[in-house]
Structure formats: structure tokens, C-alpha cells
Design a protein around this ligand. Structure first.
Ligand SMILES: C[S@@+](CC[C@H](N)C(=O)[O-])C[C@H]1O[C@@H](n2cnc3c(N)ncnc32)[C@H](O)[C@@H]1O
Length: 204
């Protein structure tokens, strides 16, 4: 699916730079939860808009994404803003160069529903966090949408035009997070017109 996201990168960069209400709310909440000593991993960082947005509130940010085009825009983004505590890598969560216990917080925005195995990803996030580290996530839970809506999306995924999307239900996703070794500290709807769940969870 790298080609799909490469194809989205230019539009994504343009849209992300125009910071909507959800972006501002997310950065404000993340900044309130994090501190200047935090080392942050931004998983599925795309063009790095959240990475650069949070950089001024923490010690360092490492954004990772599978799409080379997204990473190219992210690097340009950080350069343009003169940020020196942000780095980006074209890789995924399982990259062995990411060491266990090396991040005090992980941002995972709009990514878990795109993965073939969300449980495996959550386990890896748990492994990468320091003891007591925080997962800040924002996850479309399309299992909450009417069945007809999901059926309409299906042909594009089956034909490979769009990534396969997990139809998560909120309660099931919360269960997955808890089951992966986290205590949920916040869980709430994050958008007025879409079933996107904001979950903050602390590594047990
Ligand atoms: C919907 S975008 C979300 C971007 C950003 N976190 C946000 O909320 O604006 C999903 C991003 O995840 C990346 N991605 C998908 N699967 C991935 C994986 N297994 N590892 C790393 N990045 C991945 C895609 O390339 C894409 O840039």
C-alpha cells in the first residue's frame, strides 16, 4: 500500500498545513499530557504535521512512515520550521533499530485501523515505551458506522485502490488496548461527524 500513500502525499501535505479544528484540539491535548523531557515516536507520521506541531513541547520527536513521499514532505516541513529535535525515517514499527523502552510517549493518529494486525502493533508500541509511558491515539472506529456505509467502501479496498480498513468497534478497540498491557486513562469521541476515538493509555 506504499504506492497508495505516496500518491496521497502531495494533497495530504496541502490539507494538513491548513490545520483544522481537530488538529488544533489534538495538539493542545497532547501538549497538556506531555512534558519537555518526553521522547516521542510519531507512528504513521505522514507529512509530519503532528510531529512538528508537538516538537516545541517535548525533548525529541521521531516520526516514522512507510511512504517515502510522505517522509520527504515531513523532512521538508521540519527543515522549513528550523526544528532540530525532529527526525523522520521511512520505516515501520517493527524496525529493529527502534529499541525497546526508548520512547516515553507514542502518537498513533489515524493508523491502527489501517494495519493488518492492530494487536501486534499495540504490543510493539508497549515494548517501545518506557515503563509508565503514554500511548496517545486517535482511531477511526468504522465498526460503529451503518453496515451499508462499510459495504460501499469495500470494493475499493478489495480491488486494491484503497488500503484495507479494519472496521473496529470502540469497545473492541478499548479491549485490545487494555489486553496489550495498557491502562486506559482517557477515551472519548474526537470528531463531531465521524466515529474517531481518542484514547490515551499508560503502559502498565
Ligand atoms: C491516514 S494517514 C495518518 C497520518 C497522520 N498520523 C495523521 O493523523 O494525520 C496514515 C499514514 O500511515 C502510514 N502507514 C500505513 N501503514 C503503516 C505502517 N505499517 N507503518 C508505518 N506507516 C504506515 C501511511 O503511509 C500514511 O502516511
Amino acid at each position: 500500500m506504499t504506492a497508495f500513500w505516496d500518491g496521497q502525499a502531495e494533497r495530504f501535505d496541502r490539507d494538513a498545513r491548513s490545520h483544522g479544528e481537530v488538529y488544533d484540539k489534538t495538539i493542545a491535548r497532547a501538549a497538556a499530557l506531555l512534558s519537555p523531557s518526553d521522547t516521542v515516536l510519531d507512528f504513521g507520521c505522514a507529512t509530519g504535521e503532528y510531529s512538528v506541531g508537538i516538537a516545541g513541547h517535548v525533548a525529541s520527536v521521531h516520526g516514522i512512515d512507510l511512504s517515502p513521499k510522505m517522509i520527504g514532505f515531513a523532512e521538508k516541513n521540519a527543515r522549513e520550521r528550523g526544528l532540530e529535535n525532529v527526525q523522520f525515517s521511512r520505516t515501520d514499527l517493527l524496525d529493529a533499530s527502534l529499541s525497546a523502552g526508548s520512547f516515553s510517549a507514542v502518537l498513533a493518529f489515524n493508523i491502527f485501523h489501517l494495519l493488518p494486525d492492530a494487536q501486534k502493533a499495540l504490543t510493539r508500541v508497549h515494548d517501545l515505551l518506557t515503563s509508565g509511558g503514554l500511548l496517545l491515539s486517535q482511531t477511526p472506529c468504522l465498526g460503529e458506522r451503518p453496515l451499508l456505509y462499510n459495504l460501499l467502501l469495500r470494493p475499493a479496498s478489495v480491488l486494491g485502490f484503497m488500503p484495507k480498513i479494519l472496521k473496529l468497534r470502540i469497545a473492541d478497540f478499548e479491549e485490545l488496548v487494555s489486553h496489550s498491557g495498557f491502562d486506559i486513562v482517557e477515551s472519548m469521541g474526537w470528531e463531531d461527524d465521524a466515529p474517531v476515538q481518542w484514547i490515551v493509555a499508560r503502559k502498565r
